[in-house]
Design a protein around this ligand. Structure first.
Ligand SMILES: [Zn+2]
Ligand SMILES: [Zn+2]
Length: 315
């Protein structure tokens, strides 16, 4: 059962909700006030955090839009999608960061026990190192991609990961019983709660098991399509060559193209700086400032630059 406390932020929004009989003017004032609360929370993120900030530096949580909340740190995003019948949490940050994320969820007035699903962007410790801790705090079902689940269950980066050997092991998620505690998800499938759906998009490249996510967030008639796009940056250890795995590069390109094709009112990224979230927060909204097409184009340029460098080094 959904249990929600009444924190200042949500109380303000709830207290502002227009009654069915409210006049248009009252309803508009109420919406304006709710937007103002939302906007000031977003601006505060720009005030307290810096570009490429530390992964475990606490940030005050805030409402991004309607059902969508930022509960991450300054340097690593964690996104809570709140629903009346339970919540979805995407990413937890590092193991230390997960404590901050848990506190952020509580301070918004949500109950950790109402987090029903945990999932990820990609299977590197700075984004999923805290999943085991969060799973124990919430009892939630963990949803991962086919390539990420073995990493999450062992805490060991996969040997096909371009960054293999660069990261230390993280605490693995030890069962809940496999049938109840885990779910694998593929491209186009969704996590659904009471009619709400968040869709998984497979975007391998930065890591083999990377997922991006999209969902609709509505405040009355004001609906926004939100995209949480994975890093898609071609970073590797000293010996890995993308050009030696054409199948992987082909999938990488498909993932970049998938992001370009999405409806995308609000773009969010696991590393906030990848999509200029700090600069965009200063404007009071994440709507606009960078489109999915622009983000995708940047990532394609990064990949092409990397491949050209590998080809040049080969000659
Ligand atoms: Zn990574
Ligand atoms: Zn990262």
């Amino acid at each position: 059962m959904f249990a929600r406390l009444l924190p200042a932020l949500l109380f303000a929004a709830a207290a502002c909700a227009p009654s069915p009989s409210a006049s248009p003017n009252v309803a508009r004032q109420v919406t304006d006030t709710a937007n103002m609360h939302q906007s000031s929370g977003i601006v505060h993120f720009a005030d307290e955090c810096e570009k490429w900030d530390e992964w475990d530096k606490p940030a005050k949580p805030f409402q991004i839009h309607a059902n969508t909340y930022y509960v991450g740190t300054c340097g690593i995003a964690a996104i809570l999608i709140a629903n009346g019948e339970g919540h979805i949490l995407i990413d937890t940050g590092t193991e230390t960061g997960a404590e901050i994320v848990a506190d952020n969820i509580r301070s918004l007035g949500f109950d950790l026990n109402d987090v029903r699903f945990l999932t990820h962007s990609h299977e590197h410790f700075d984004h999923v190192g805290g999943l085991a801790k969060m799973q124990s705090l919430t009892g939630a079902v963990v949803i991962g991609s086919y390539a990420s689940i073995p990493v999450l269950r062992t805490g060991l980066p996969g040997e096909h990961d371009p960054q293999y050997g660069m990261h230390s092991a993280f605490t693995p998620i030890v069962a809940p019983p496999a049938s109840a505690g885990w779910r694998k998800i593929q491209n186009g499938e969704s996590i659904s709660i009471d009619g709400f759906k968040a869709f998984a998009i497979e975007t391998p490249g930065h890591s083999p098991g990377a997922l991006s996510w999209t969902w609709e967030s509505c405040s009355g008639d004001d609906c926004k399509t939100i995209v949480y796009a994975d890093s898609l940056s071609p970073i590797s250890n000293d010996t890995y060559l993308f050009s030696e795995d054409q199948t992987y590069v082909a999938l990488y390109r498909i993932g970049i193209e998938r992001i370009a094709e999405l409806d995308c009112d609000i773009l969010l990224t696991p590393h906030p700086s990848h999509s200029k979230m700090i600069e965009r927060a200063a404007t009071g909204t994440f709507a606009g400032g960078m489109s999915c097409a622009e983000y995708s184009s940047d990532k394609l340029t990064d990949l092409e630059t990397r491949l050209a460098r590998e080809a040049g080094a080969d000659q």
